[in-house]
Design a binder for this molecule. Structure first.
Ligand code: NAD
Length: 334
């Protein structure tokens, strides 16, 4: 059976996921799309989803599909995911699950009331081969993890990017993937600001360092530097009792040329985890065919949203250590 997939929001990632489903993955076809900007929906259909009908609302797309992808702007996610849950349809939601923690909480409650998992959140780093190998090394060889040193660097960001976006748009991936990597929960967060780069502006404090502590006592430092100039660079080193392990660098050809030993660094974030998008969506399609969802859950989206909210508060009180408090995990997400 070919799964009928609806896409809500056909911008950059919605169209890329449509291409992926129709041309790369198996078991599904994009049959309905919607976008508040009709030109965007038409471009998506013309480019990568010729068999899809363009519908006027998210609700119509949900009704016409076996499963849906929510790829609209973050502010629209909560309502659209709740509508998919109410219809009993598996739903892949791009991050963030909701823009505020209480919105994510409502999604968790709705899913609990349905009694089965229907939501997968687009935390694709969990599907990255490098992170998967790092997690396995940490689990089997490193002894108990003690510290993580991580960095999330972008060459530059658009002028509309402001200080809190360093948490909601950038750190959110580390918040999720490091919690998953350690199989642990955050208990506190602190933000400190080093000397600012001259490449930033009044609305963006850059770089920043976020310090997280977990329930098991692991200390994590994440440097966020979104105007670093030289490349898109994701670093992660885990220090354990028996040794250390690093996230592998993306594959690139090292050269010895003109008296220089060199290795290229990616510039575009889209290229860094490109393979993991295929794996995460195939995982979604596999579970959706059974009428359910797997992978990063609404609970993971909620935990990330709570932590992100505390980190933003910590940005407003540099140096203060603020508690991160998660409610008890419902049985559905055990
Ligand atoms: P985009 O602006 O290119 O596309 C979003 C599209 O959604 C636009 O075409 C817009 O018209 C449409 N839209 C907005 N509100 C809508 C609504 N209420 N109903 C229907 N359509 C609506 O943005 P993007 O880069 O594709 O990002 C979309 C989402 O995906 C964001 O939440 C973003 O954070 C997330 N994202 C995740 C990753 C990742 O690495 N996992 C990467 C990129 C984007």
């Amino acid at each position: 059976m070919t799964l009928r997939i609806g896409i809500i929001g056909t911008g950059a990632i919605g169209t890329d996921h449509a291409r992926r489903i129709n041309r790369v993955l198996s078991g599904a076809e994009v049959t309905a799309v919607t976008d508040v900007n009709r030109d965007s929906a038409e471009a998506c259909v013309a480019g990568v989803a010729p068999g899809a009908q363009i519908l006027g609302s998210a609700e119509e797309v949900i009704a016409a599909s076996d499963a849906v992808l929510v790829c609209s702007w973050g502010t629209a996610h909560e309502t659209q995911v709740l509508a998919a849950i109410a219809a009993g349809k598996p739903c892949f939601c791009e991050k963030p699950l909701a823009t505020e923690a209480y919105g994510a909480r409502r999604i968790v409650e709705a899913e609990e009331a349905m009694g089965r998992r229907l939501v997968q959140v687009g935390f694709m780093r969990r599907y990255d081969r490098g992170y998967v190998a790092l997690k396995e090394t940490v689990r089997t060889r490193l002894g108990p993890p003690l510290m993580i040193h991580a960095a999330h660097r972008n060459p530059s960001v658009p002028g509309r990017y402001r200080t809190p976006m360093a948490i909601h748009d950038t750190l959110i991936h580390e918040i999720d993937v490091l919690r998953w990597l350690l199989d642990d929960e955050y208990v506190s967060a602190q933000v400190i600001f080093p000397r600012a780069t001259r490449h930033t502006h009044a609305g963006l404090r850059d770089p920043q360092i976020v310090l997280l502590e977990t329930a098991k006592g692991v200390r994590i430092d994440v440097e966020i530097f979104v105007n670093c100039r030289y490349g898109y660079d994701i670093q992660c080193e885990v220090v354990g009792e028996e040794g250390t392990a690093r996230l592998p660098e993306p594959t690139a050809i090292p050269t010895r040329l003109g008296a220089v030993f060199g290795q290229p660094i990616l510039m575009d974030w889209k290229d860094r985890f490109i393979d993991s998008y295929d794996v995460e969506l195939q995982d979604f399609l596999k579970a959706a065919a059974q009428g359910t969802a797997a992978g990063p859950s609404a609970w993971d989206g909620y935990a990330a949203a709570i932590t992100a909210d505390v980190c933003v508060q910590a940005q407003e009180r540099p140096g203060a250590i603020l508690p991160v408090t998660l409610p008890a995990r419902p049985a559905l997400y055990a």
